[in-house]
Ligand binder design. Structure first.
Ligand code: ADP
Ligand code: MG
Length: 318
């Protein structure tokens, strides 16, 4: 049976074009460019908690990296280097080949070098550490929102959560609808270019990994402010729009995870610039509300009333 070293050499040791030293020594060596801050983040995917143990390995490879790229996107950083730590129940080479294909497929598209990691036997667990560069002081942070800022979100919300509910048997989607939602769930596209384009325009940003209310709540908490958003302004895929306002659809939209869109705030005077930046990278953005001084997060219904967060259970997320 292949040793840990054979597996690393076969599946993870690729030339690192942008590192001083990549895989193979006790540590990698990287050299950030002058005048750049290093953005560093880690995200772990655990079998049975974040994915089904029999999930497609190529999709897992993609997603393990994508969720990390999404964190750097939310900081307006350019991803450069990744470390990958994997625990595997067995040396399943077909699984490793698929995983590496998904991982490097995405890594190559974004110019990310895999420069190190760890490989061990154990319950299936995938942990990626990502490092990227952002011009000094330009990172978008959660604590930068200002009173009066517009709130924006990229792409569409709720599709991935709808796909998960479909897999869990909580609802039935038609085949084509299911395929689109599962693509969102299994192969999210991190908004890296949008994040970079928003540097200097947005005051704050976060990626929507756990659901809009919860993640926007983190911006409000760190910025010590409140917000109001309009249900009718939220961008939803048609498959979800058709099911609103059923509680399950509302939950997917407001509190569904795995969208990996960006939620950000920017001054109203920059509306045109935000639209132009989004257009330049080919991503749609929607203006969904605004930041206010009054603490808390309010969701306005299409009829003008406020969504009762306690009745709906959404107060846990806001
Ligand atoms: P050490 O015992 O010094 O920690 P290892 O034998 O664990 O070294 O790893 C050897 C080399 O392979 C190191 O450069 C390490 O960063 C790299 N490596 C190990 N596992 C992975 C992986 N899954 N992906 C990328 N690089 C890896
Ligand atoms: Mg080691």
């Amino acid at each position: 049976m292949a040793s840990e070293f054979d597996l690393i050499a076969r599946y993870f040791d690729r030339p690192a074009a942008h590192a001083v030293l990549g895989v193979g020594d006790d540590a990698a060596l990287i050299r950030p460019g002058p005048g750049l801050d290093l953005a560093v983040s880690a995200d772990m995917l655990v079998a049975g908690r974040h994915f089904f143990p029999d999930a497609d390995p190529a999709q897992l490879g993609h997603k393990a990296l994508a969720v990390n790229l999404s964190d750097l996107a939310a900081m307006a950083a350019t991803p450069r280097w990744a470390l990958l730590s994997v625990a595997l129940p067995e040396a399943d080479e077909a699984w490793l080949a698929g995983f590496a294909r998904g991982f490097f497929g995405l890594a190559e598209r974004y110019g990310v070098d895999l420069v190190g990691g760890d490989t061990t036997r154990g319950p299936l667990n995938l942990s990626v550490t990502i490092l990227g560069e952002v011009p000094a002081g330009q990172a978008l942070r959660r604590d930068g929102a200002r009173v009066g800022d517009d709130l924006w979100v990229s792409g569409e919300l709720g599709g991935a959560a709808l796909g998960l509910r479909h897999l869990q048997g909580q609802l039935r989607l038609a085949e084509a609808e299911a395929a689109a939602c599962l693509e969102r769930l299994h192969a999210p596209e991190p908004r890296v270019a949008l994040g970079r384009a928003l540097a200097g325009l947005a005051n704050s940003a976060i990626d929507v990994s756990d659901g809009l209310l919860g993640d926007l709540g983190h911006i409000l908490e760190r910025s010590r402010l409140g917000a109001e958003i309009e249900l009718a302004a939220l961008p939803v895929p048609a498959v979800l729009a058709a099911r609103l306002p059923a509680p399950l659809a509302l939950a997917c939209l407001l509190a569904g995870g795995d969208d990996y869109e960006l939620c950000f705030s920017a001054p109203p005077g920059r509306r045109a610039a935000v639209q132009a930046a989004a257009h330049s990278v080919g991503v749609a953005v929607s203006r969904i509300g605004h930041i206010g001084a009054e603490p808390g997060l309010r969701v306005r219904r299409p009829d003008g009333g406020l969504l009762d967060m306690e009745v709906t259970g959404f107060d846990h997320f806001a």
